[in-house]
Design a protein around this ligand. Sequence first.
Ligand SMILES: Nc1ncnc2c1ncn2[C@@H]1O[C@H](COP(=O)(O)OP(=O)(O)O)[C@@H](O)[C@H]1O
Ligand SMILES: [Mg+2]
Length: 236
Amino acid sequence: MRISSGVPGFDELVDGGILKDRLYVISGPPGSGKTTFCSQFVTKGAIDGETTLFLTLHESQTELVNDMANYEFGFDKAVSSGHVKVLNVFDTEAQRLFSSSSRGSGEFPSNVENLSNQLVAFVESRDVDRLVIDSTMLLEYYFSDDLNALIKFLTKLKRADATVVLISEMTDPSSYSDGHYLAHGVVFMHNYLESGGMTRGVQIIKMRGTRIDCDIRQAEFTNRGLRVDPNTNIQT
Ligand SMILES: Nc1ncnc2c1ncn2[C@@H]1O[C@H](COP(=O)(O)OP(=O)(O)O)[C@@H](O)[C@H]1O
Ligand SMILES: [Mg+2]
């Protein structure tokens, strides 16, 4: 089953939508629109009756709502409806919620095994349909000492009964990581400084089960959020 990304123009690049309950990685440099893309993705989920956990280490729920308040796609409504829960991993609330849905120690996970178990337990006990992790810096925080741990974590999430989007703060599109190989789909967000200002683009690197091309399509921020023009290629 395919679900809408909530980003106008994007679904046309992937046969009408992304396959549900799979693992996706969205990569790109700072300011390229990754967090905005995911905020639209989870808002669309809320509109379609789906429940989201947006796990972040970059901001609080209030800060993210404020950041998205410039746009009219309705992120604030998605949050206030209760369909979207933003959790900062360092908040005490995150520790409380995670430990309550697993038989853990009552503390926030101290290693990868605990983190993936608690996250999957949370997703299952709360019937979470869409899971966003912003960003891989979170995983590096836990897994800096153990590369296999990242593979185990992602493998576990791949099997979870939710559509997972992992944001990756990568700046060099040619340096692929384990996450890119493991994921069902990989999307790159680009931004180029040109004389006239910032040019933005979206590129589908891979999408299993879906016919794609790897051209970079033009993207822009409007007052309704990120928008992709599926018919305009960017030449680099
Ligand atoms: N109307 C707008 N409201 C908020 N941010 C906007 C707007 N138009 C453009 N932007 C820019 O969008 C960028 C935010 O993108 P974001 O999704 O946070 O990127 P990333 O998560 O990839 O770092 C910021 O650089 C911001 O200046
Ligand atoms: Mg971001």
